[in-house]
Design a protein around this ligand. Structure first.
Ligand code: THU
Length: 130
């Protein structure tokens, strides 16, 4: 299955009764496997989780740990931009040049990279622990 189809399919399963804004995310890991996630909201609003976080959790649980491609889709007027926290989460598991496609359910797409989504990212190289 293509990343796009996987993201669109999992978006339908999102639990978003408070925002009514369903998001689907699909990641391809280094072994070629696809991992999906959707947003899961909570009546205690800050406890909700984003689609990207769910997909990352699924990837890690599968035993994979490097993202080589990502796709995020929502029913938004413009291709949905990941929140700041998700940009940091993606950057933990992906190189700067990893392609990310942001999309609408209508089919509009914006292609970017993990590095462009989070310029100047804090990473382990910024810590002097040698
Ligand atoms: N959301 C995501 O799942 N991913 C994004 O990239 C943007 C926002 C979710 C969080 C919340 O459930 C809903 O969209 C509205 O913010």
């Amino acid at each position: 299955m293509e990343l796009k189809d996987a993201a669109r399919a999992v978006r339908e399963k999102a639990y978003a009764p408070y925002s009514n804004f369903k998001v689907g995310a699909a990641l391809r890991s280094e072994d070629g496997t696809i991992h999906v996630g959707c947003n899961v909201e909570n009546v205690a609003y800050p406890e909700g989780t984003c689609a990207e976080a769910g997909a990352i959790a699924a990837m890690i649980a599968s035993g994979a740990s490097r993202i080589v491609e990502a796709y995020v889709v929502a029913d938004s007027p413009d291709p949905v931009p990941p929140c700041g926290g998700c940009r940091q989460k993606l950057s933990e598991f992906a190189a700067r040049d990893v392609p990310v496609t942001l999309a609408t359910t209508d089919g509009a797409e914006f292609k970017t990279t993990v590095g462009d989504l989070l310029p100047g990212a804090f990473d382990a190289g910024h810590m002097d622990r040698t």
